[in-house]
Ligand binder design. Structure first.
Ligand SMILES: Cc1cc2nc3c(=O)[nH]c(=O)nc-3n(C[C@H](O)[C@H](O)[C@H](O)COP(=O)(O)OP(=O)(O)OC[C@H]3O[C@@H](n4cnc5c(N)ncnc54)[C@H](O)[C@@H]3O)c2cc1C
Length: 387
């Protein structure tokens, strides 16, 4: 039987970040297993690449700030430019109740050290994004250091830097189960290419993480949620530097990427088929109608059906990551449930899990609020309606 000190199940941006950070801390014999034929076959390849620190809980702000620090030195650390473009995130409130929630978010952000996020009035909203129709906007919040990153370049950087430090990646290798010792720990990962004896396992299986945890008898509350993206043909109707613009009330948001406008609007997934990641043409029609009303200049743009795509978020019950050893299986480490924020938080989560696995405790950030046992203990994080 082949062996590894750590098998990381999942070679998306989170698994790659964990493997790199373990190797950078001196771990040897780390292997990433992924059933995809190559990088980016999971959610990471479907992400639009937004980065923000404007969140409504201290822990999410801290994860973003640590990630930003690491994104700013990513090229020096890994040799790959992560494409950080601080075009800003502009959140729009339609009434006083929404503005109150956005302001409450800013209070938390400031307390965590995000001083550059500001409240903006409707006139300033119009200056920041002149393409907006403007009616029904009571104001907004804006953070100029939020913006965009490239999900696939982050993944490429962590894989390349991990490789230089000795991390092995086995593509086209499906993990299918665990061999469990009598004390509940994992002794081997069973794969489509044979078993691998391990000292520790990292569950980085994105939206598929609950199944992996189940092999160790661990009930991991992570569920997939379809997210669709409507894409225009290339056009210059709105600027590539337009901030990510989000209507807080219903989550409709848009940005420009590679010369095309991306339109997003959250809806429930397909009933009875949670892993279905197809694009629904009726949804495309509805989101296009919303865009035409709120960003009238887009009436001149055409949707490119072949370019539209969908993927899966990996939702946890409180929409926060689940980080640390699995309850009842101390050598299975969870880094799951980022709930659609996994690309931007991958630099921080990889470092923090490597700290936990090396020293039994994360030292860069207090991650108690992400502990896997919080749901059973009745202490989930608060879920903001907007941010
Ligand atoms: C439309 C859309 C837009 C998004 N936009 C953003 C954004 O703007 N910013 C942001 O931060 N995040 C965004 N996300 C969320 C982001 O994509 C995820 O949070 C992130 O990619 C999770 O990374 P991961 O490595 O955990 O998952 P993945 O990239 O899905 O990696 C998991 C890997 O595990 C592998 N795997 C699963 N089971 C097994 C098994 N049994 N054996 C072997 N391999 C296995 C899969 O093949 C996959 O490669 C978006 C997601 C979608 C769908």
């Amino acid at each position: 039987m082949t062996t590894a000190s750590v098998a990381v199940i999942g070679g998306g941006v989170i698994g790659a970040s964990v493997a790199y950070h373990l190797a950078a801390r001196g771990w040897r014999d780390v292997v990433i297993l992924d059933r995809g034929a190559g990088p980016g076959q999971g959610s990471t390849g479907r992400a639009t690449g937004g980065y923000r620190a404007q969140y409504a809980t201290p822990i999410n702000v801290r994860l973003s700030l640590l990630s930003r620090e690491k994104i700013c030195r990513f090229e020096a650390d890994t040799g790959v430019d992560p494409g950080y473009t601080p075009a800003g995130y502009l959140w729009l409130g339609s009434d006083e109740a929404e503005m109150r929630e956005l302001r409450e978010g800013q209070r938390i952000q400031r307390a965590e050290g995000l001083s550059e996020a500001v409240e903006v009035d409707p006139a300033e909203v119009g200056r920041l994004n002149p393409a907006l129709a403007g009616d029904g906007i009571a104001g907004g919040v804006f953070c100029p250091t939020d913006g965009f990153i490239s999900p696939l370049r982050l993944l490429e950087g962590y894989l390349a830097a991990g490789h230089r430090l000795g991390v092995r990646v086995e593509w086209a290798t499906e993990a299918t189960g665990f061999t469990i010792r009598s004390d509940g720990t994992v002794s081997a990962v069973l794969t489509s290419r044979g078993p691998i004896g391990v000292a520790a396992v990292v569950n980085a299986a994105g939206p598929w993480a609950a199944e992996v945890a189940g092999w160790a008898g661990v009930a991991l509350p992570v569920t997939p949620l379809r997210r669709q993206v409507a894409v225009t043909t290339p056009c210059d109707l709105v600027s590539e530097r337009m901030p990510m613009t989000i209507f807080a009330g219903d989550g409709f948001h848009l940005r420009v990427r590679d010369g095309r406008v991306l339109l997003l609007w959250p809806t429930p997934g397909v009933e009875g088929r949670p892993f279905d990641a197809s694009v629904d043409p009726a949804w495309v029609e509805r989101v296009t109608g919303i865009a035409h009303r709120r960003v009238p200049v887009l009436r001149g743009a055409e949707i490119d059906p072949a370019a539209c795509w969908a993927g899966l978020y990996e939702m946890s019950p409180d929409r926060h990551a689940i980080l640390g050893p699995a309850p009842g299986c101390p050598n299975l480490f969870l880094v799951n449930g980022s709930s659609g924020h996994g690309v931007m938080h991958s630099p921080a989560l990889g470092q923090l899990l490597a700290e936990i696995m090396s020293d039994e405790k994360a030292c860069s950030v207090d991650v108690r609020s992400l502990r896997p046992t919080r749901f059973a203990e009745g202490e989930p994080n608060p879920v903001s309606g907007l941010l």
